[in-house]
Design a protein. Sequence first.
Lengths: 147, 784
Amino acid sequence: MATVKLIRFSADKCTGCKECETACSGVHFKNDQGGEFSAIRIESTDSGFKMTNCNMCGLCIDMCPTQAIKRLPNGTVIRNKSMCVGCLSCVGFCPQGVFRKAPGESVPFKCIACGKCVKACPSGALELVEVELSEVEAVVYHKQGVC
Amino acid sequence: MSCDCNDKKVKLIGDNKTGFQTGNTEHTWDLQKLADSHKVLAEYKYELRPVHKGFAGRTLYIDLTSLQIKEIPVTEDMKKKFTGGRGFGLKMLWDTIKPETRWDSPENGLVLTAGPMAGSTQYPGFGKSLALSVSPSTDIICDSNAGGYFAPFMKFAGFDAVQIHGKATEDVVVLIDGEDGAVRIETAPFDETNSHMVAEQLTHYYAMEDTDRARQLVAVVAAGTGAENSFWGCLNISFYDIRRRVTRLKQHGRGGLGTVLRDKKIKAVVARTKPFDALTNNPVDPDKMADVSTRYHQEIRDLDKDQCNMRTVGTGHLVEIMDAYDLLPTENYRFGSHPKAFNLYSPHFYKLWTQVIPDGCWVGCTMACAKAVDGYTVMTGPYKGQKVTVDGPEYETLGCAANMSIWDPLWVLEFNFYCDTYGLDTISAGTAMAFYMEMYEYGILNKERCDGLELCFGNADAMMELLHKIAAGDKSEFMTAASRGARRMKDWLKTKNWGDAQLIEDTGMESKGLEYSEYVTKESLAMQGGYGLTLKGPQHDEAWLIFMDMVNNQIPTFADKAEALHYFPMWRTWFGLNGLCKLPWNDVEPTDNAQTDEPAKVPKHVQNYVDLQNAITGWNVDKEELILQSERCYNWQRAMAAWLGRGRRKDDWIPYRSMGPVTVLEYVSHQERYDKELVEKLGLDAKKVECMKVEDKIKVMYDYRQSQYQKLADAVYYRRGWTPNGVPTPQKMKSLGFGDETKMLAMLQQKIDEDDAAGLNVWVGEYADDEQPPSTDLKYWEKW
């Protein structure tokens, strides 16, 4: 059974410290700024903290004109930086709004389920879980981009 | 050779068994044989340098006769006056051709341009090239835009535009190589000629390595044997579709530019680039670009499926709309709808188009309207039995089929495929053949006169046979006339004295020598102007006012129509100056667009373009400046038409079929509408109208509508600041910033003086006592 790893969020445990964002920006941009440089985002809402992050649905795979986005054999959807032309089709069409472009960067980025945010979370609000791919996978025309 | 990596035979299409399979016929190209046969006739090495704020900063000059290749710097004055793209092309031709230059003169130039915004990867529709040349159809400059990857790659390789003059003595390929900074003219004795073959062949030949990624960095401009042997030659611009693993084609359709390419013995112009990204066009403010673009991608994501559905069916969605509004040309524009038209509605093609998104003809275009049919089995001609990818059909091609009463989607694909690969413009070919079919119906043409072809409406076999004969170079008297289009066919028929000359003039749908594109304009005076009062000929890319005028009645007066025929041609011209596609402007509209002051202008998207031009170039423009950029180039192009001996009121003539009912059949088909107009607009007594013969009613309406058109021309010329004979005035040109262009100003004054001497500088509309011409002073501009 094909599976994929995701970040799962427990709102009741989150304190809003955003250590996860700091860790994420370290992974992608080697800085500790978090925020616009982080794939995972924590925001405070009236009903508590909310996480937005990639659910690995893979719809972005079809949007890419250069086939820079693929789903790896382990299920993770990744963007190949050297093939990306920065068109932002994936950013504009992501139904979750979690394919992002950081300021000053020419290409977008997304969660790669590396788990650094999970390790950085001091309150155990994040965990890396493995789910069946069929639970999250969006319709993909002709299964393009599957390795 | 620069492609030593390709040292073996390469088997193509379907060779990679992963991913989408087109089912197309595989080709095997002997690339080593090609390499051995390509002799370098001339080479020019240049310094590779980055694009700066959207400009490569130089253009490329090639003379195939002398084999001279040189680069020309782009000056700040050039940018200020001509912006880029089509504007640059006009100036490059002005500097190099003569008033006597015709399409096949050696000095005629074929110019391919990229505007400053072309090549940005983020906002949809930023990959257009604009091509210009003296047209075989019209004898004036024709500009035509196309998607595909050529313009961005040419710019990334180092040039904002390329102009090609002279004629080669043998077939050649021109390579603009952004990999090693070289331009080469190479002999091409064994290269294919027809576009779907040569584009694929050369994409593989010039790719730096045998990978899809490398093939995506090559773009080919080509035509075909049809272009060689007709005035309908189009330029195909390729892009390598990485999902289909097929070289796709988009077209510079109008005006015979492919005919010019083949007249110069060019089989292909190829641009090769290094890998690129969002910063390769080097915008001043990339984050602004990204913000505006992301928002627009989201608009398409959320709204397209409920608006035009471009992502699924492309421009094909227009067939059902035009049919419903009586605007779909059928049987050579006699009618605007047809009981069988439903056969060409987009759902029928949805089943044929392969939905392998993204279908953008440049990266980042999420409007993705470049639909294609894969694995289509060719039914006729030299490629019969082969399976191919057909790019399209788009609305215009479908409209041509309707015009010829071809109602079978597969025959539309056949027509589409062969027009593309032969390098023929579907619009010109389809509209002209529809005219020939009507002539056949009247007996003005017949089987004997058509070399045995039964060219009646709906005869797809005969229609295809005509195309094959043209592409094969058949030079019979009929084929020679037919291959040169509706205008030359009219002249030939009249010379032969085979029919009523007025009927022939009124029904052949061309103006300036160029065939009409596919909208019925009879009931929209503004749209008649949108086709007739144009620079290159009857093409809807200047204005599409039918709904504003006919359906919504938003521009009731002549002054209103003239204002629309000022603003929209200027606005739509702007896209060509910058290397952009127009469709993203208004084929998705913001949800609150109807609540804005001017919904027809789609103000929020206009602001997007203001922001994007500023973000790329660093200029500080507003929306008024965008119009001014266009106005400079629009007037320059009209002035060049005058310089080339045309560009006057007589050249803005349109055939009566586009104004009203020519035949009894047409009148009777909409008798209630026309009778009502005779009563309500012409003031005829209703009972008298009831008793009139249809022929008499047609005559009365004929005179009325002709007069209306002349009044419209008066109003439009006045709004544009032109003389009553349609010539841009020196004063107008000075106001646009051309005060130091003394050669241009003197030429215009000379033309105006000639018109004066001939008594042509007068308003031509017939004005009632309670009506006024645009001005009482015929030389109103002299007071500026």
